[in-house]
Write a protein that binds this ligand. Structure first.
Ligand SMILES: [Zn+2]
Length: 341
């Protein structure tokens, strides 16, 4: 995260009166697809634990470990207290050892955490399909001495509509990478988990995946303390009406014409882009999804958000290069997909 923690406007979360439909409660009520089958999960305690422990070195039996903070469903007693169950979204995977994968998860009660999925690179692994990138899974995890180990995995949502289109995959990859880069391990943030889960659904079915990403970015930045100031000049505090301004990544928001003219590193914002950005920042998704955003405005907004995020992270996200390469390659097709309404 580089110097992000010392960034001067950390905690600009306080434009209270403008924040309609934000926060932890946002988006509740669309539970139709959000079935979290803990109680009916076929991952049974008895079946689960024995198989689980046999996969690990099994040398830590003895005194029960303290319950892990925030973990869901600590299972059983005795040895079984070394197991916990959680739902999680797989943010990142990398090869580990001969046949394993090191997974970076985002879980509602745990925040970001890294766990080992043993043997998932073997062709016959039963777990591998349940720990794919962006999969929302129900996991049974055993505590290990250095890394915790996934002992059972069961897909809750695989987000097939995303996986059927390369551009949507790249957007999901971007969302996962962005969340990964803006979070520290072990910091619980339920709204952020919900946001990512919602975003994956939206990326699968929205006709405007760019708008889904802008919404995701602005919410995420708000949750982690980098909410950009879009309503008044960050230097002189003058209210900026529906006109042009200059977005300054290093100031974390807009500069008025007087303060921003000729300022280095600023991007002039068109009235249309600014209006869209403000709307996405303060309105809920049910409202924002009805916005009609034309291509030039989308390009302007993407450029603006990329510059801001690149500044905060002190570097570009890998997925940005992937998205750009994809667009170049399939040119007109991608544009058609993006503008299909
Ligand atoms: Zn000003």
């Amino acid at each position: 995260m580089g110097n992000a923690g010392s960034h001067t406007h950390r905690g600009l979360g306080g434009y209270g009166c403008l924040q309609e439909g934000r926060g932890p409660g946002e988006g509740r009520g669309r539970t139709d697809r959000r079935h979290h089958p803990y109680s009916s999960s076929p991952i049974g305690v008895g079946r689960g634990c024995r198989g689980a422990l046999s996969e690990e070195d099994g040398k830590e039996s003895g005194a029960p470990l303290p319950l892990r903070h925030g973990a869901r469903g600590i299972v059983g007693s005795g040895n079984r207290e070394r197991l916990y169950r959680t739902e999680a979204i797989i943010l990142r995977r990398r090869d580990f050892g001969e046949a394993d994968k090191l997974l970076t998860l985002y879980a509602p009660g745990l925040g970001k955490t890294r766990v080992l999925a043993k043997g998932v690179r073997k062709p016959k692994s039963r777990k591998s399909g349940h720990v794919e990138l962006f999969t929302h899974s129900n996991l049974l995890i055993a505590k290990g001495r250095s890394l915790d180990i996934v002992t059972q995995a069961e897909t809750i949502h695989s987000f097939l509509p995303i996986r059927s289109e390369l551009l949507r995959i790249s957007y999901a990859y971007y969302a996962a990478e962005l969340l990964d880069r803006f979070t520290e391990e072990g910091e619980e943030n339920r709204p952020l988990f919900d946001l990512l889960l919602d975003t994956l659904f939206r990326l699968g079915d929205s006709e405007d995946p760019d708008l889904v990403l802008r919404y995701f970015e602005l919410r995420l930045l708000g949750y982690v303390g980098y909410r950009p100031q879009l309503f008044q000049c960050v230097r002189c505090a003058r209210a900026i009406e529906m006109a042009t301004g200059f977005f300054s990544p290093k100031d974390g928001g807009l500069l008025c014409l007087g303060c921003g003219e000729g300022e280095r590193g600023c991007q002039e914002t068109s009235p249309r882009a600014l209006a869209t950005l403000r709307c996405v920042q303060v309105r809920d998704y049910a409202y924002c999804r009805r916005l009609k955003v034309d291509r030039p405005t989308h390009e302007e907004l993407e450029n603006l958000m990329r510059r801001y995020i690149t500044y905060l992270l002190e570097g570009r996200l890998k997925s940005v290069g992937f998205i750009d390469a994809l667009r170049r390659e399939d040119g007109g097709v991608t544009t058609a997909v993006l503008t299909r309404r």
